[in-house]
Design a protein around this ligand. Structure first.
Ligand SMILES: [Mg+2]
Length: 258
């Protein structure tokens, strides 16, 4: 499938604004979903389009991801000038230099140790499951598990004991993340909207946590959901190939005529 006529019209209207902000998720949007997340890369066409967009006047581009900042910088190696918001809005790059890496407090560390004591033995007995350490929490990853076993594990770890219920839980595709921070991708959208002084925001995402971003969009914002599943986004595209097509169209529409 390629882009619908309605979406193309919306993009045309969007790019006609003086100042615009393009925000996009990374996994499953800029990069294809693969088994080993360390090998994810931005698709070539999407990278070229993002690079061009970020150099255009009054056009800001940002990647908003659940991955930790150090991790996303490694796999995405974002083009210079592209904003990066990591850990679901908890870590910002190029917004407040020197203060962009989250550091847990003593109380955070205590609860994260207790979380580890709860989930580590549960994940250890399920083949393929692993625990990813995040700056403000941990994620149980099951994408390499036998599907039923993976689902069962996430259901069990999702029932937190009483002493851990202050943690924020975020679900996704084959993952459950626990965090001492309640920041969401919606937090990131609101922050960047204020920072860049524009409500003309286009957000592209594919997963459950992107719904927080769609919900936070101002009325002048446009949400684009990649792939199947319920969404608050007004528009939908099929896959990462469509994302490249969308970004290339934005370049075409936004580039001043010679
Ligand atoms: Mg994603």
């Amino acid at each position: 499938m390629s882009l619908s006529a309605e979406l193309k019209d919306a993009l045309r209207a969007f790019t006609a604004n003086e100042r615009v902000l393009l925000l996009t998720d990374f996994d499953g949007v800029l990069s294809d979903l693969i088994d080993d997340p360390r090998l994810s890369r931005i698709r070539d066409g999407s990278r070229a389009a993002l690079t061009t967009l970020s150099t255009l006047p009054f056009t800001d581009v940002g990647i908003v991801t659940g991955r930790p900042l150090a991790d996303i910088l490694e796999v995405a190696s974002p083009p210079a000038g592209v904003l990066v918001v990591a850990s679901h809005g908890l870590e910002f790059l190029q917004t407040s230099p020197g203060d962009d890496i989250y550091k847990p407090t003593a109380a955070d560390t205590e609860i994260l140790d207790a979380l580890s004591a709860f989930i580590t033995p549960l994940a250890a007995v399920v083949p393929g499951a692993w625990i990813e350490t995040k700056p403000a929490g941990m994620a149980v990853q099951t994408r390499l598990c036998e599907p039923d076993a993976g689902r069962q594990l996430l259901a069990i770890v999702g029932e937190l004991p009483d002493h851990l219920t202050s943690l924020t839980i975020r679900g996704g595709k084959d993952v459950l993340e626990f965090s001492v921070s309640s920041a969401t991708k919606g937090t990131a959208v609101t922050f960047l909207s204020e920072l860049k002084e524009t409500g003309n925001i286009l957000f592209i995402g594919d997963d459950v946590t992107d719904e927080d971003a769609f919900a936070a969009l101002p009325v002048t914002g446009i949400g684009v959901k990649v792939g199947p599943g319920e969404t608050r986004a007004a528009y939908r595209i099929s896959d990462t190939t469509d994302v490249t097509e969308l970004l290339e169209l934005l370049v075409e529409l936004r580039t001043p005529a010679l």
